[in-house]
Write a protein that binds this ligand. Structure first.
Ligand SMILES: [Zn+2]
Length: 80
């Protein structure tokens, strides 16, 4: 029962900034999302912790527009 409930929760994805639910199909997001994962190291105050969060595209655009330097953008080759 507990495992089933946990699986249902895992199928949902939310933007950590605005709380919006990200539409999912077959376990994959149906819209653009930014997933950030960082492993904090020795020179941080969070040594040994791994942090992860998801942003919807709108929140990503809002946050990155406030950066002092622009985000690095590279063209990707799409493999069909
Ligand atoms: Zn958002």
């Amino acid at each position: 029962m507990e495992n089933k409930r946990r699986a249902e929760i895992n199928e949902k994805m939310f933007c950590h900034c605005c709380g919006k639910e990200i539409r999912m199909r077959y376990g994959l997001p149906e819209e653009g999302v930014c997933t950030v994962h960082t492993d904090w190291g020795y020179f941080s105050d969070k040594d040994g912790e791994s942090h992860e969060f998801v942003l919807c595209e709108k929140c990503y655009d809002d946050i990155t527009s406030r950066f002092a330097l622009p985000v690095k953008v590279k063209e990707r080759v799409e493999w069909i």
